[in-house]
Design a binder for this molecule. Structure first.
Ligand code: MTE
Length: 325
């Protein structure tokens, strides 16, 4: 299999990771990769996410050097402070309750306006694509953020296999809806019309930064982060990055999305990170970079397109971004 590494063009020489951190990380990754290549699937999880199936090491091409390596949010924060309303609305609910979701067997149906509709199974997702590491900023619309080393493959690689037709202009995604395993969907206070849905324009979906993540920190995704397969669109607010996907359809019309349907004046279809356009109830100029506390808020300025302006701004040329928020 040919391995590729996406290289972030905005590397700053001031951001070089200390060698000790770098070497330690490399050796950890190497041992995880060797274990995976040797066919081992029984390495116990070292992550802090107790109470769920152990995450498995993945065989992937690590980022050799990346400007964000030294800013990575600790795995404990990434896996314990989550939004996954299927398991509750509190940030700690997904880590406590998402272990109830069965993720193996798993399959994703791909259809709509494609020449070659079909299904992908968990095994195809983990071994049928070239996995690579992508260290991305991740910015929630609620004004908190993280830097996460995801493992995955470009969504474009998946879509291309199913051959989108020329009439296709959008892509729709749906999350698993299994109320017996998802206590949040059974709650009488639940506001979302399940299943959780998201969508992208086809050109956004085909953009090389748009990732189908199957892991983080070198291992398969913990359930609370959207196992076994989630979207990561780093220049958009986090709600676009739909978790635990079971269905993908190419469509001609712009799909209905969960948050836009719920509150269209607050959550748009585009949801590009934009410090110039405030949420009606709070400013989007700054964000709290996790881990953060009252004593150490770790407040950082929000970047246009979450720092990916050079790569993606051309997708929106001529559009009024305060109207198409
Ligand atoms: N996907 C589903 N199915 N359900 C959700 O509630 N929340 C979204 C997004 N994807 C959500 C979802 C929101 S609001 C955010 S900020 C991110 O997941 C959070 O991802 P994380 O918990 O891995 O940080």
């Amino acid at each position: 299999m040919t391995k590729r590494n996406y290289t972030d063009p905005s590397i700053l020489s001031s951001d070089i990771t200390p060698e000790s951190v770098f070497l330690n990380r490399r050796s950890l990754i190497k041992s995880a990769t060797v274990a995976a290549v040797a066919g081992s699937t029984a390495i116990p999880s070292t992550s802090a996410s107790a109470g769920q199936a152990a995450e498995q090491p993945l065989n992937y091409a690590p980022q050799e050097e990346h400007p964000l390596t030294s800013e990575q949010t600790p795995i404990e924060a990434v896996t314990s402070y989550n939004n996954f309303y299927e398991f509750g609305t509190d940030k700690s609910d997904p880590a406590r309750h998402a272990h109830t979701m069965t993720t193996d067997p798993w399959s994703v149906k791909v259809g709509g306006l494609v020449a070659n509709p079909g299904e992908l199974h968990l095994e195809d997702l983990l071994s049928g694509f070239d996995l690579e590491e992508r260290i991305y900023r991740f910015r929630c619309v609620e004004a908190w953020s993280m830097v996460v080393p995801w493992v995955g493959f470009p969504l474009a690689d998946l879509l291309t296999r199913f051959e989108p037709l020329s009439e296709g202009r959008f892509v729709e995604f749906k999350t698993l809806h299994r109320p017996g395993e998802m206590r949040g969907t059974r709650s009488f206070t639940s506001v979302i019309d399940w299943p959780y849905r998201e969508g992208l324009r086809l050109d956004e979906a085909m953009h090389p930064l748009t990732l189908m993540a199957v892991g983080l920190y070198g291992k398969t995704l913990p359930n609370q982060n959207g196992a076994p397969l989630r979207l990561v669109v780093p220049w958009k607010y986090g709600f676009k990055s739909i978790k635990s996907i079971v269905e993908i359809n190419v469509t001609a019309e712009q799909p209905q999305t969960s948050w836009q349907s719920l509150q269209p004046s607050e959550y748009g279809f585009y949801a590009n990170v934009n410090p110039e356009v405030d949420h009606p109830r709070w400013s989007q100029r700054y964000e709290r970079r996790l881990p953060s506390s009252i004593f150490k808020p770790n407040r950082v300025p929000t970047l246009a397109f979450n720092g990916y302006e050079a790569e993606v701004a051309s997708l929106y040329q001529g559009m009024d971004l305060s109207r198409y928020y």
